[in-house]
Design a protein around this ligand. Structure first.
Ligand SMILES: CC(C)(COP(=O)(O)OP(=O)(O)OC[C@H]1O[C@@H](n2cnc3c(N)ncnc32)[C@H](O)[C@@H]1OP(=O)(O)O)[C@@H](O)C(=O)NCCC(=O)NCCS
Length: 171
């Protein structure tokens, strides 16, 4: 079955929390994730395939910056391009809102995520010592190119019909 992306809805929370807990050593609480649905500066995209949500990605808008809060794919659905697809969908949504560049932090040991970000044109811009509270691992700071340039073609949807707003979407 083909995959498609759309904005996060309240009814996705159970599945998103399942993926969150399976993906991170310090998962967000359900309450924190729920608040994001009502946060006017937050945007989240989910990717559906095989009849359920398999991936999600979110960001906070800070003037013209999109700061990625989390990206995760269900462990059983990794290496199928879903991480890349959901992050692209998020970036396209943010571009429509006037965001001109993206930033994020990533664990220095997270080779999968680092490789994904580099593939999408993010570049290392610095690091934060002991950023992660559980084990004091350092974070790299990654920053994207300006979104309106090369990114426009990189983030063009493959199938336009997959990206139409749907009823009940939280935008
Ligand atoms: C990082 C993560 C989101 C990648 O999702 P994914 O759907 O498996 O990744 P994709 O299939 O879209 O892969 C896109 C690219 O990322 C890189 N990549 C993904 N997984 C990788 C791995 N295990 N090792 C090396 N590179 C990897 C590759 O460059 C890949 O491109 P390719 O398939 O053409 O080689 C996923 O591993 C995940 O959920 N990890 C746990 C949560 C996490 O660490 N999130 C990021 C926090 S900053």
């Amino acid at each position: 079955m083909a995959e498609s992306t759309r904005s996060l809805r309240a009814e996705d929370l159970d599945r998103v929390m399942e993926i969150e807990r399976l993906s991170f050593s310090m998962p967000w609480s359900r309450e924190a994730m729920e608040q994001e649905l009502h946060n006017p500066t937050a945007r989240y995209q989910v990717l559906e395939a095989d009849g359920q949500v398999q991936a999600y990605a979110g960001a906070w808008l800070v003037i013209d910056e999109g700061h990625v809060t989390n990206v995760a794919v269900h462990p059983d659905a990794r290496r199928r391009g879903y991480g890349r697809a959901v992050l692209r969908a998020l970036i396209r949504q943010l571009m429509d809102l006037g965001v001109t560049y993206m930033t994020l932090e990533v664990r220095v040991s997270n080779e999968a995520a680092i490789s994904l970000y580099k593939q999408l044109g993010f570049k290392r811009a610095g690091s934060r010592k002991g950023y992660y509270e559980d084990d004091r691992e350092d974070a790299y700071i990654f920053v994207s190119d300006r979104l309106e340039n090369a990114f426009l073609t990189r983030y063009r949807p493959v199938k336009a019909e997959n990206f139409r707003p749907q009823n009940g979407e939280i935008m």
